[in-house]
Design a binder for this molecule. Structure first.
Ligand code: 5GP
Length: 191
């Protein structure tokens, strides 16, 4: 998505060789019109896939997931993060290693919100090592639902998470695939 790549160049801050900050439009302040455009683009790519639920994880995925769900006219579910949720019989839960927090966290979704009749589209702001996606895909599987695919705003391709999940047969669409953040410069690629 050309406009997202331009926005990243103009407003993104490369904090290190692995971390990009986009807090002016997505992760702290939100640009509603722009996030809506991203959601529409992701929704269009899955327009024919009969999605019934959009799933993300709190907090930073919620805005773009909402924009996608609004276009697809589906509910949006966000997995919650907790120190320990694995004992809750009302919830599907799994453990992931959080890239931003650099610690293990449980994520969980109440069983009322995803079931075996759902066709789920997972949406998130970033794809790095793929832990968040792996956890959400695990929850979709626990629910017996179908994982239609994944929609990502910014994929840091060099961190390998996307490749590992694609090799498992998961369809992933990313709006801005990044090949490298080396030397403070953002270099985009094609997937
Ligand atoms: P993964 O689980 O794929 O390693 O990391 C994905 C999660 O970590 C995303 O939900 C996102 O919130 C966060 N994340 C990963 N890399 C970045 C980054 O470069 N910048 C920001 N702002 N968040 C990131």
């Amino acid at each position: 998505m050309q406009s997202l790549q331009e926005k990243i160049i103009n407003e993104g801050q490369v904090l290190s060789d692995t971390v990009l900050k986009v807090d002016s439009f997505l992760n702290h302040q939100i640009d509603p019109e722009f996030v809506m455009a991203m959601g529409r683009e992701l929704a269009n790519r899955y327009a024919n896939d009969k999605v019934t639920k959009v799933l993300t994880v709190e907090a930073s995925g919620i805005a773009i997931a909402l924009a996608t769900g609004l276009t697809l006219r589906t509910p949006v579910v966000f997995a919650k993060k907790k120190r320990s949720a694995t004992q809750d019989p009302q919830a599907y839960s799994t453990n992931i290693f959080s890239f931003t927090r650099q610690e293990a966290v449980d994520i969980y979704v109440n069983k009322r919100f995803i079931n075996d009749r759902d066709r789920v589209l997972i949406v998130d702001d970033f794809l790095a090592q793929g832990e968040a996606l792996r956890g959400m895909a695990d929850i979709v599987e626990q629910a017996g639902a179908i994982l239609v695919g994944v929609g990502i705003a910014i994929e840091k391709v060099f961190q390998g998470g996307g490749q590992a999940l694609r090799e498992k047969g998961i369809r992933i669409e990313s709006l801005a695939p990044i090949a490298s953040l080396t030397g403070g410069r953002v270099t985009f690629t094609h997937i």
